[in-house]
Design a protein around this ligand. Sequence first.
Ligand code: FBP
Length: 548
Amino acid sequence: MMAKSALQIAREAYNPKVPTALKGAVKAVDGAVTHSVADREDIKKLFPNTYGMPVVTFEAANKPLTDAAIKVGVILSGGQAPGGHNVIAGLFDGIKTIHADSKLYGFLMGPGGLVDHKYKELTVDIIDEYRNTGGFDMIGSGRTKLEQKEQFDKGLEIIKKLGIQALVIVGGDDSNTNACVLAEYYKASGTGVQVIGCPKTIDGDLKNEQIETSFGFDTACKVYAEMIGNIERDCNSARKYWHFIKLMGRSASHIALECALQTHPNICIISEEVEAKNLTLDAIVTNIAEIVAKRAEAGNNFGTVLIPEGLIEFVPAFKHLIAELNDYLAHHDAEFKTIARDAQRGYIIGNLSAANAELYTSLPEGVARQLTLDRDPHGNVQVSLIETEKLLSEMVARKLEVWKKEGKYKGKFAPQHHFFGYEGRCAAPSNYDADYCYSLGYTASCLIAAGKTGYMSSVRNTTAPAAQWVAGGIPVTMMMNMERRHGEMKPVIRKALVELNGKPFKTFSIQRDSWALTTDYVYPGPIQYFGPTEVCDQSTQTLKLEKE
Ligand code: FBP
């Protein structure tokens, strides 16, 4: 028996709110034929069996979609996100409602569990133990990329042995892309095994017209916003530090933007804007230094700067460098690994084009090394390992030194550094995420009962009360385009970056100049699980603004 906090015990009794349509039997209502967001011909060719399927919506019905027992396997893929256990609980309750003899198997430690035949049956005792809890520890997660035919066939062996009819893969854009490749393969080979995806990632970059948000974004942002608010209050009390806070989110700046909307920092950098305006690192540094200097003139030698984790990849010169490094290392990784550590920098410089070699040479040793560390299994640079918060504050300090000598700056600059990422990924899900995740899991069970494959579970209209949420499924091919990965063109779900024409960014950009100079901090405080709905059940500001 695990030791539990008082909050954990209280949360066990929480009943997630669900859309009215999911409270009884449902029917699947098909919409129009769909198309991929781009590269239609290429995607159609690669997914002949799962391309063009209709969007599905579930509506209340008089009789169930099926009353036969079903066996389902579930996989948690990639980084943790608050609410994953509720997806599994919703899926479990959904298939048990269909038939009490239905069974749910959890594959252990991510997609690798399917390939290596590591699994456990998830019984009611296990499920009850994890309802409304954070983390993925019920079955663990991993980043193994499911993309080889041999992996699919190995998976099929255990699927057949256990009599599994459907797999539910809970993951981000890359994992759901792989889920769709698997769905296509199992359909093409006539196995009858269905594959359903669920949109997960704290990064918030798996969203589009049909998928309003990925689960976990809400809770993670609320946790970071609480901590940023606490730091702002500390900094407004002591009035002696500039806090440089890097926030997780990989490429997209959704987390940084949402946290800025919640806390009104003095500065928040948005990577997508940096790219659109073609800003250099020096321009970013100058902008920060100017705000530091102006605040100093008013006697305010303190402030907060939010930095999105993926910033470096959006500074055009770095983007070119990283792209060349990705391609080079994809083809020469084995050779690179044989080079002695102290010779690696020289080796890389010797193999880059002139412009990239120059930039790489100018980087501090630590950052240069961080750029060549192992890519994740999807070919992404592990941006969480690059200490941009320190890089920026060091460069700002250097600039201020120069300005001081020139008599342009008279203040004091004492930086503090923070990186908020892992702190938010396993928090107890907010009511929004607890409800949303449970509904996503339950909807996945309906998609399985409706015989669907190659779909992502979708729950929409989530800024309205949960009773009015709309449950259904979106064909994964609808979200795809072709992108360069590991040096080759591949079909992938298009990542949603911050839109500079979107309401969330515009709302931020009209206020930021005033936040820079005045001290207009907002202190959101901790997530509340019990209490008035305006305190406990609110979605993110990003989602609210997008829906306006
Ligand atoms: P997912 O996209 O798999 O949900 O992961 C998100 C994330 O938390 C990123 O924000 C971060 O860059 C990355 O995972 C860190 O990965 P790891 O857990 O392997 O250190």
